[in-house]
Design a protein around this ligand. Structure first.
Ligand SMILES: Cc1cc2nc3c(=O)[nH]c(=O)nc-3n(C[C@H](O)[C@H](O)[C@H](O)COP(=O)(O)OP(=O)(O)OC[C@H]3O[C@@H](n4cnc5c(N)ncnc54)[C@H](O)[C@@H]3O)c2cc1C
Length: 423
């Protein structure tokens, strides 16, 4: 199937609506939520909930087709392409506020990627049924386990019909919204046997209000300050046995030692990232577009033209810089669209998902930094949002796998190495 960049009418309409929300609901309060970290943007959240309930952004699901004619060609899936367009537009408004958009978010995406159909029904229904906003989140990172996920120490021990969770998770995006502000859920990565390394890792759904789970800290951050980043502690936290996502079977130590490939539990996590890394890339590129547009606008006010149609040797230095930034932005966006399109087409997209995240994270960091530089004092002061976007952009090079880790993933895939062989 050939990749097609023309948007369907439906996605284009939704993208325009998201851009309108970004302009009218996000931009006017963007500075407030940057300066009042831990305030919750309820007006935005409450306005978005009725829309997100009907059309969830994450866990990108295409509605099942109702057509009965077996000869009728199936409509191509577009959920991931739609998702990246919406996220890009909302992040143009405010990337931190976008992360407060109600819905399943990373937690929902993990359930969608690794859950059984019964679990999808059980856990994802709340993101459509609830009258009030609900969030999902995902907790993998621990104080000693970030890039090296095999170092996870949170344990899940079977006790009859339950699992008992103990451990500490940090940097959980939306932890407060999902666990304290709604009847949401968090997907917790824990080990059923630390000796097994990655093979012992499984994902567990813990629902808000479960005794033994507590949000203990909210981070103070450089950027995306409207979004909460929480520490969550589990102390003898008992959850039902069938809250383990996917296959509950515990692998045998001998079998996993013999296998160099990523085991099933870990593969579940990777599948989640194949869907969510293009989302992070899209968010980065929404911020970058905001910076590029502001840059052109301010240069035009200052009487500095940016001509697209002159030979390179006749360009001013500033023209060359701006056009180079715009080219980087476009390249990253095309990669992002390709990764999302491959996901929709059912093609393995691990390389493309990591590649678009690396490229977009870096492009957004460079573009916003250069925008601050070229805008001079206007860029550096709080009069405009350029300095905020520079702070917001950097996270896209850090979470969901840092730039270095995603480069490793790409290299392993292309060269055919396992994670043990190429560290
Ligand atoms: C705002 C924010 C939100 C977050 N949200 C979530 C969330 O919702 N859920 C969640 O589970 N986590 C979340 N995280 C955690 C994030 O995913 C981790 O911070 C990230 O994976 C890096 O891990 P680390 O912090 O342990 O850094 P480290 O792993 O200690 O890395 C430090 C540096 O070393 C580099 N490095 C490490 N290993 C290698 C290697 N093998 N080769 C080359 N370079 C290497 C890294 O690239 C990085 O530059 C969030 C973090 C932040 C800051």
């Amino acid at each position: 199937m050939a990749i097609d960049f023309k948007l369907s009418e439906s996605i284009d309409t939704q993208r325009q609506m998201a851009q309108m929300v970004a302009e009218q609901m996000m931009r006017p309060v963007s500075r407030h939520f940057d300066e009042h970290e831990h305030d919750i943007p309820w007006d935005y959240i409450n306005a978005m909930w009725p829309i997100m309930r009907q059309n969830p952004m994450f866990g990108a699901v295409d509605k099942p087709e109702t057509a009965t004619d077996p000869n009728k060609p199936k409509k191509p899936k577009t959920g991931n392409v739609r998702m990246v367009h919406l996220i890009e537009a909302l992040s143009w408004g405010d990337a931190g506020m976008y992360l407060t958009t109600p819905g399943g978010a990373l937690g929902g995406a993990a359930v969608a990627a690794a859950g059984t159909s019964d679990q999808k029904n059980r856990f994802l229904a709340r993101f459509g049924d609830s009258e009030t906003p609900v969030w999902g989140s995902m907790a993998m990172t621990e104080p000693q386990a970030g890039s090296d996920t095999s170092a996870i120490r949170t344990t899940a021990v079977r006790d009859g019909d339950s699992w008992i969770l103990n451990g500490e998770k940090i940097y959980c995006t939306g932890g407060r919204l999902s666990l304290e502000e709604s009847q949401g859920l968090v997907v917790v990565w824990a080990t059923v046997d630390p000796k097994l390394g990655r093979a012992g890792m499984k994902a567990f759904v813990v629902e808000a209000g479960t005794p033994g789970m507590q949000v203990t800290k909210l981070e103070h951050k450089m950027g995306i300050r409207a979004s909460d980043t929480a520490a969550v502690v589990f102390t003898d936290c008992r959850i039902p046995f069938d809250n383990v996502l996917g296959n509950p079977e515990i692998p045998k130590a001998e079998a996993t030692a013999a296998s160099a490939d990523a085991p099933k539990g870990f593969k579940g996590a990777m599948k989640t990232f194949d869907a969510t890394r293009p989302a992070v890339a899209a968010s980065a590129l929404g911020i970058a577009r905001a910076a590029l547009e502001l840059l052109r606008e301010q240069l035009s006010i200052a009487g500095i033209p940016i001509r697209d149609d002159v030979p390179v040797n006749e360009m001013s230095a500033i023209e060359r810089d701006v056009l180079e930034l715009e080219a980087q932005h476009k390249a990253a966006w095309l990669l992002t669209l390709k990764a999302a399109w491959m996901m929709d087409s059912g093609e393995a997209n691990t390389v493309e998902a990591s590649a678009c995240k690396v490229k977009a994270g870096e492009a957004a960091t460079v573009i916003t930094q250069k925008a601050v530089e070229l805008l001079g004092p206007l860029g550096y002061t709080r009069e405009l949002l350029a300095e905020k976007w520079m702070r917001d952009a950097k996270i896209n090079d850090i979470f969901e796998g840092t730039g270095q880790i995603n480069r490793l993933i790409i290299a392993r895939r292309i060269l055919g190495f396992s994670s043990r062989e190429l560290k």
